[in-house]
Design a protein around this ligand. Structure first.
Ligand code: HEM
Length: 424
């Protein structure tokens, strides 16, 4: 059994906040001492913590043996889990998106939008995305050499891209950003709806329900509109799509919009903000990529590894299983720790250094297997374009204060990255 203070740390949103070092130390300890073991933090059901790169891939590869939807997909305290099941008629999920599904539904629902996210189709968007990126970089240049790169640039650019793909008008973007931050920042009193602390289960549930209800009301109107007036956007695909000849279920359709409208920008924003933080702190790396722009794809991969904005997903064993010689029993809950996998010393040389030339860079930030991130090519493309446009114009950059990460044990990245800079 994992020692209680380590178990408490890996579910503590605050341990991921600040500079994130507290949780990084806990996972380093686990990889060395107990790479696959059970944690039972106070108030939680016990769960396996998978910290090694190879074991994460092994679980993800076997998506029939390790299900997404049988128990909560995010590590959830018992009292919150019970409250969710009460309001959801026994289901542990407030929404039912791809991440909460298993086959046959998962494959059918994924097929609906899969094509839109393939590289050959994204290619058609390249010119428009570049135009959007340039707009934000001009905005950055107009700020007079000082800004909060997170809130002034990184949060807004991927938000604009995904909202354009969804067909959500620009005037609604601030609302979408706020709702996304409430959802992923539910454990961060500065970001959630009511200022509730993570210990307050009733407050946490009320906040989550409020955010989900507001999202649903919004996308319900969009659905009605796109059924009457289909457009060339993702919302029309979801509104008019069918699964085995039937329209999408209402919860499933709403959840589809929500996952695209949240995961579709927050993760990319976090990675972009974290990349600039890392470059400002590592001037040699900044100069290296600035002097050789062919390293930009390397910068993108390394920042995705470095930030690892999705901190975990849970799986549930559907039968007794053997994982690297350890017996996992049917029904056991399993945490896949992506940040830990991305710092596995047996896969990454010097994992705590930021290296834009790291090759190979087989990070697990996008997951693996049947559920591998649907938007991975879009995320990479957005970031590549941003750096291609920004780096030639950015002559110097330094931190102008201490950056800070959001408090969340699920999805998070920097919430403030104050910088001073010179631009052409
Ligand atoms: C750097 C950016 C991103 C990171 C690190 C990231 C990470 C992840 C991870 C770890 C998963 C779960 C994978 C698994 O269980 O194996 C996931 C799933 C998903 N992501 Fe991303 N994501 C990013 C960007 C995006 C974007 C731009 C979209 C756009 C729509 C997106 C949409 C999704 C969806 C729909 C799923 C569910 C896939 C499924 O369960 O089949 N993500 N992502």
């Amino acid at each position: 059994m994992i020692p209680s203070e380590i178990a408490a740390t890996i579910v503590d949103p605050k341990a991921f906040g600040g500079d994130g070092s507290r949780v990084a130390e806990a996972f380093t300890w686990l990889r060395r001492q107990m790479p696959l073991a059970v944690a039972q933090p106070q108030g939680f059901d016990p769960f396996w913590v998978v910290t090694r790169h190879a074991d994460i891939l092994e679980v993800e590869r076997q998506n029939e043996l390790f299900h997404n939807g049988d128990r909560a997909t995010i590590v959830t305290p018992i009292d919150l889990d019970q409250k969710v099941r009460m309001v959801m008629g026994g289901s542990p999920h407030l929404v039912r998106a791809l991440v909460q599904m298993d086959n046959p539904d998962h494959a059918a629902y994924r097929r609906l939008t899969y094509g839109a996210f393939l590289p050959q189709n994204l290619k058609k968007l390249e010119a428009r995305i570049r135009e959007i990126a340039r707009g934000f970089i001009d905005h950055m240049a107009s700020l007079g050499g000082r800004c909060d790169f997170a809130t002034d640039v990184a949060f807004l650019y991927p938000l604009h891209v995904i909202m354009e793909l969804l067909g959500v008008p620009g005037s609604d973007e601030p609302r979408m950003l706020k709702l996304t931050q409430e959802l992923f920042g539910n454990a961060d009193a500065e970001l959630n709806r009511s200022g509730a602390t993570p210990e307050d289960a009733a407050g946490a549930l009320a906040n989550l329900q409020g955010t989900v209800a507001e999202f649903m009301a919004y996308f319900n109107d969009i659905t009605e509109d796109r059924r009457r007036h289909p457009k060339d956007d993702l919302s029309s695909v979801i509104a008019n799509g069918s699964i085995n000849g039937e329209p999408l279920g209402i919860l499933e359709a709403m959840s589809y919009y929500i996952i695209v409208a949240t995961a579709g920008h927050d993760t990319t924003s976090s990675t972009t903000a974290g990349a600039l933080w890392a470059l400002a702190e590592n001037q040699a790396q900044f100069r290296k990529v600035k002097d050789d722009l062919s390293l930009i794809p390397g910068l993108v991969e390394e920042s995705i590894r470095w930030v690892t904005p999705v901190k975990h997903f849970m799986r549930t064993a559907t039968a007794d299983a053997d994982l690297a010689g350890t017996k996992i029993a049917k029904g056991d809950w399993v945490m896949l720790s992506y940040p830990s996998g991305n710092h596995d010393e047996s896969v990454f040389a010097d994992p705590f250094s930021f290296d834009v030339a790291r090759t190979p860079n087989k990070h697990v930030s996008f997951g693996y297997g049947a559920h591998i991130c649907l938007g991975q090519h879009l995320a990479r493309m957005e970031m590549r374009i941003l750096w291609e446009e920004l780096l030639p114009r950015l002559e110097s950059v330094e931190l102008a204060g201490a950056p800070v990460n959001m408090d969340s044990a699920f999805v998070c990245g920097p919430k403030r990255v104050p910088i001073s800079y010179k631009m052409r």
